[in-house]
Write a protein that binds this ligand. Structure first.
Ligand SMILES: [Zn+2]
Length: 228
């Protein structure tokens, strides 16, 4: 990682640092985020690998439908991680295309009544550290209006090492919704892994009187990996 990249990932000065990084890239080419080859920040081959391939899966005990634009592996995973954790917000466009594809795949079951897109809330700390909220950046880039109905009530423990049941327990009560009464809601997140956080958000929306139609995400972990 270059100094400029490291600086961009470090804190609220992410935007300025990104600009400096972009300037540096003009003189000193950076590797492709997908495959490491020197050239554009995403090379043509990796751009092709980011072409959406929408999928549908069901998560949680109530079988919440989740539509995703990409499989969370290979190039898609590298680009999404760089976008979220290294300040690489220039990668938003292909991720926005993937989110749009997920929404298009969901359309047939959404009916004709209005639907509110509701992003999963980022923790205050992660937003502050990154200088941006990845889900909202992708939504904006996709020109999709969203409604912020969800807020975090408490922080869940790091759940990367937890299994599905433990994750559900870990996130219980972390999210609250308001202003959801009677709304038809489609939740929005960057990646779905076990679906525990989406399941918890759906619960909160229902408690607040909303109707949860499902969720859309940029990417989804493969069920073959056993991560469900
Ligand atoms: Zn590449």
């Amino acid at each position: 990682m270059t100094d400029a990249r490291r600086a961009a990932a470090a804190g609220p000065r992410a935007r300025l640092d990104l600009l400096l990084g972009a300037l540096q890239e003009i003189v000193l080419p950076l590797p492709c985020t997908g495959c490491g080859s020197i050239g554009p920040s995403i090379c043509p081959d990796c751009r092709r690998a980011l072409a959406p391939a929408p999928s549908l899966r069901h998560v949680g005990d109530r079988g919440l439908p989740v539509w995703s634009g990409l499989d969370y592996e290979g190039v898609a995973r590298s680009v999404l991680l760089a976008f979220k954790n290294e300040g690489r917000t220039e990668h938003a466009p292909p991720l926005a295309v993937a989110l749009r594809a997920a929404l298009d795949a969901a359309l047939p079951v959404l009916g004709t009544a209005p639907v509110s897109l509701v992003p999963m809330p980022a923790t205050v700390r992660s937003s502050r550290d990154r200088g941006y909220d990845p889900v909202r950046v992708v939504l904006r880039r996709a020109s999709l209006p969203s409604v912020r109905l969800l807020r975090l009530q408490r922080r869940a423990a790091d759940q990367r090492s937890l299994g599905r049941e433990d994750r559900l327990r870990n996130v219980e009560g972390t999210v609250a919704a308001r202003g959801a009464d009677g709304r038809r809601v489609l939740l929005v997140d960057d990646v779905v892994t076990t679906g525990a956080t989406l399941t918890e958000a759906a619960r909160a929306v229902r408690v607040a009187g909303g109707i949860v139609l499902g969720a859309i995400t940029v990417a989804s972990t493969s069920r073959r990996s056993g991560a469900r």
